[in-house]
Ligand binder design. Structure first.
Ligand SMILES: C[S@@+](CC[C@H](N)C(=O)[O-])C[C@H]1O[C@@H](n2cnc3c(N)ncnc32)[C@H](O)[C@@H]1O
Length: 315
């Protein structure tokens, strides 16, 4: 099948927002080339942030490459996409050079090129992620292996924002909890929650590609059959009281999620949010506190932050 690749040179802070715009416009998949990540930590930039061939040199920022089936009428979509990217500046995001290029590609060139950089990795003390297609035996006492084939969904487990979420889950899961995973992507956080002993896990994503990927990945991990996956916009309309809500999503999306997380968390429940850049950290902290949350921890990895907050029970 023929696809059209639309590539935009953007700033690193706008990667996720630009990717979301492409996905909402009907892109079948998004890949990111970030030369800085490639040079410093070749194993660390996957998920939506996938490093492909290092052909196009980008001295600053990243190339976000979106793939559209030839059936899409791109000439109508492009002006709208450009307008939405320009509008990101009004949210305080820099959009870098914002230059576009468009070319035709064959599917096999992009859908699997990233796989050669994805190998088993120990992510936390107990959790290791391993691609479904590679043999791997646990090496440490208590090591749990999460088998994944993210396909076109975000979530190989290796991205800093996912690692921070996994650290949070490993710290707060004691066993038997009900967990809501908002923006599940490949399902990695839900599968990890199951592996760590949670009682029941409900995973949600707005994107049908992610819902399908998460369901496949849950099936692939025999211990994770207490994970249910469904399409949903954040926690709208959900009525499941939870011990932990975890969400690794862009800060702009975390803000409207906060009241629903508060509504659904049981007394003393824990809210783990990740995907936060430094410029948005204070905003999220203040929105959480205004809602009534007590901040327990602020975790950092590279340029990313995660916040752990608690719905402390009043005496
Ligand atoms: C950064 S990925 C995180 C994936 C995975 N949880 C991880 O930690 O690696 C964010 C996910 O949130 C989903 N998402 C974005 N907006 C959403 C919304 N309003 N409701 C539900 N999911 C959403 C995206 O489709 C994407 O799969």
């Amino acid at each position: 099948m023929k696809w059209t690749e639309v590539s935009v040179h953007t700033s690193n802070e706008a990667i996720e927002a630009v990717s979301n715009i492409f996905i909402e416009a009907g892109s079948g998949g998004v890949a990111i080339e970030n030369v800085q990540d490639f040079l410093s930590t070749p194993d660390d930039g996957f998920g939506e942030i996938r490093i492909l061939e290092n052909q196009d040199y980008v001295s600053e920022g990243s190339l976000v490459k979106a793939y559209f089936p030839e059936t899409k009428n791109l000439m109508e979509l492009i002006p709208e996409i450009k307008q939405r990217i320009l509008a990101l500046e009004s949210y305080g995001l820099s959009i870098g050079p914002n230059t576009f290029s468009i070319e035709d590609v064959q599917e096999e060139n992009w859908a699997s090129a990233w796989k050669k950089y994805y190998h088993p990795q120990q992510i936390t003390r107990y959790l290791t992620v391993a691609p479904q297609w590679e043999e791997y035996e646990p090496k440490l006492d208590g090591e749990i292996v999460i088998r994944l084939d993210p396909g076109l969904a975000f979530g190989t487990g290796t991205h800093a924002t996912t690692r921070l979420s996994l650290q949070g889950l490993e710290t707060y899961i004691r066993g038997g909890e009900t967990i809501l995973d908002v923006g599940t992507g490949s399902g990695v956080l839900s599968i990890a929650s199951s592996a760590l002993g949670a009682g029941e896990i409900h995973a949600f994503d707005l994107d049908e590609v992610a819902v399908r990927s998460a369901k496949e990945n849950v099936k692939m991990n025999a211990y994770a059959q207490n994970v249910s996956v469904s399409a949903n916009d954040l926690l709208k309309g959900i009525e499941i009281p939870a011990d932990i809500v975890v969400a690794n999503i862009l800060a702009e999306i975390i803000v409207p999620l906060i009241p629903d997380a508060w509504r659904l968390l049981k007394p003393n429940g824990i809210f783990i949010t990740s995907g936060i850049i430094e410029a948005k950290k204070e905003l999220i902290l203040s929105e959480l506190e205004t809602q009534g949350f007590t901040i327990l921890q602020v975790l950092q990895m590279k340029d990313w932050f995660a916040i752990v907050a608690q719905k402390v029970e009043e005496d």
